[in-house]
Design a protein around this ligand. Structure first.
Ligand SMILES: Nc1ncnc2c1ncn2[C@@H]1O[C@H](COP(=O)(O)OP(=O)(O)OP(=O)(O)O)[C@@H](O)[C@H]1O
Length: 265
């Protein structure tokens, strides 16, 4: 298996995702401070920074699990008007189920660990209104296959699977309804290096095949370098630098980015 670095895709259209000037405080901790981010259709935005820099809080906002104190969020999709932070809980849930997929670092957050793997994916498919067991299972199998999950383990519950396989079930669930946006929160952190490379390979292939817009958060520059077209560097809740991945890795401008990149080399 080889991972190749492709030239960044040229994007000329409107951003699919626009987050503007979001801030979030927990008690006396300013988790995110006046952050803006965009992702163009078919692009992978990587968000990198040390632990506590606000990456996951920002991603949770993009998944409408978290509402900022200030700021707006729009997705340029049909029937998705206005500032999404103003939607009520039901509308948020429907939007997330049908248009946004997410893979968490911790599979317990994304999966029912004692239900079968195919059942976990089928549960997501129920949102589409499909009720035929045979069709749900067939579609779940297709999504698991696309995520390179071993199909002889369809009935195994995630609790009995390896970390890499659990991430593949989360991924299958996330892509089952062909979302416009896929959010990945430290998708390979905690996996063995060889398993990590295989999961990254699957993500890269899926992105290339389906042109899904992705936002990937990681403290690991290797993950960001493998997946991202454009990179946003966060520190202490703020964005310190944004640029094309090649520019960030080859010619970082901010002292903090330079430190991150040189520490990795
Ligand atoms: N629900 C919460 N309640 C209180 N504080 C929180 C909450 N979520 C995040 N924080 C705080 O906000 C800051 C940013 O956290 P966040 O998880 O977004 O950072 P991160 O860059 O994703 O780091 P990590 O990779 O370690 O999760 C941290 O100081 C964290 O303790």
């Amino acid at each position: 298996m080889t991972l190749t670095l492709d030239a960044p895709r040229i994007v000329t259209t409107k951003p699919l995702l626009s987050v503007e000037n979001v801030s979030k405080t927990y008690g006396n901790v300013q988790a995110v401070r006046n952050v803006s981010a965009i992702a163009y259709p078919g692009e992978v935005l990587g968000i990198v920074g040390e632990s506590g820099s606000g990456k996951s809080t920002l991603l949770r906002m993009m998944n409408l699990e978290e509402t900022p104190d200030t700021g707006t969020y729009t997705l340029d999709l049909p029937d998705t008007p206005g500032n999404l932070f103003e939607l009520d809980r039901f509308a948020r849930r429907m939007l997330c189920a049908t248009k946004i997929g997410i893979v968490y670092q911790n599979p317990h957050l994304g999966l029912l660990m004692k239900h079968s793997s195919s059942g976990n994916v089928a549960e997501r498919l129920l949102v589409s209104g499909e009720r035929s067991f045979a069709i749900l299972r067939e579609k779940a199998t297709t999504a698991l296959d696309a995520s390179e999950f071993p199909l002889d383990r369809l009935d195994a519950p995630p609790i009995e699977l390896s970390g890499g396989m659990q991430q593949r079930v989360q991924l299958a669930k996330a892509i089952a309804l062909e979302p416009a946006l896929l959010l990945l929160d430290e998708p390979t952190t905690g996996l063995d290096v060889s398993v990590q490379a295989l999961v990254l390979d699957t993500l890269k292939r899926l992105q290339q095949d389906r042109q899904i817009t992705m936002v990937v958060v990681s403290h690991d520059l290797g993950v960001i370098r493998t997946l991202a077209d454009r990179v946003m560097v966060m520190r202490r809740g703020e964005v310190v630098e944004t640029g094309l991945a090649d520019q960030i890795f080859q010619d970082p401008q901010h002292a903090y980015t330079q430190q991150l990149v040189h520490a990795k080399l």
